[in-house]
Design a protein around this ligand. Sequence first.
Ligand code: SF4
Length: 337
Amino acid sequence: MEAPLEIIRSARERLGKDLVILTHHYQRPEVVAFGDFIGDSFMLAREASRSTARIIVFCGVHFMTEAACILARPDQQVYMPDPQAGCPMADMADADDVSAALQRIAELVPHRRIVPVAYINSSAAVKAIVGRAGGLCCTSSNAQAAVRHALTQGDLVLFLPDEFLGTNTAHRLGQDTVPVYNPHAAPRADGDQPTSGGLAAGDLENAKVVVWKGYCHVHTWFSPEMVAAAREKHPGCSIVVHPECRPEVLALADGSGSTAWLVEQVREASPGATVIIGTEVNLVLRLAHSLCPNMYRTTVSRLARLLQSFPEQNRMSVDPSVTADARLALDRMLALA
Ligand code: SF4
């Protein structure tokens, strides 16, 4: 039996330009080492849309591979080393719940024009609903630009599924209080006012952004106490965090930004400086030398097994009935750059 490294090397030789391997920054360092392109979800979505390779191997989680399938040409095939690697945050926005939310918010504030913005961490079915409703996708690198764009198309943005990225983005755009739509909220007794998702019309009165109640368990693990403890331990350090962290954490950090931005901060730091990064552990490990178990599922052995025989169960596809509308939402995001 050939060793995994041998299998990967010979598959690369055999396939040449027919194969491209995309790896997310949060993958294990030994998997990242095989990436033709290493990036955050925005950069990888763009590379997937530009790739001329016949076979795209995506080392990441399910929603990223779906985005690659949506953007791929019909003659391209997209594979994942572990098709079970999902994203719990993406699963927090069910397509039927998103359709219902758009309808219910419209009933609460019929005079407002609602435009949805879906974080790329969402299913293809959710992206399709967003595309159909005139909205667009975003990543953490372009969330502000996406919300600003959406506000040129309407006057109330439903941001989903990440409550914290949505809230932090709304704060940056000057909105202090950000209402949260909770698809599982029990009906609220609010006098004569109709309510939905835990909200009444009055809650949306002055809002430009309403956010979905969803979160990333990796990024919400960071607390203000951790930031304070890090400052005490490393006086003079610089603390930078991902915008999926809670607003209380962002308020105490020195800066926040997408995964690509975090990488940049470390690259640009002066020699000997201490930069503390509040994000997924694999990125931190790789930059210096919190853990997302889903990102961790992709191993070198699984990558080798895939490249050896391209099993059908590793081939990814998206329901053709949602592809065109989901593509609209992704293309609108790519046009922002
Ligand atoms: S780090 Fe968070 S958002 Fe990213 S895949 Fe894991 S659970 Fe999803």
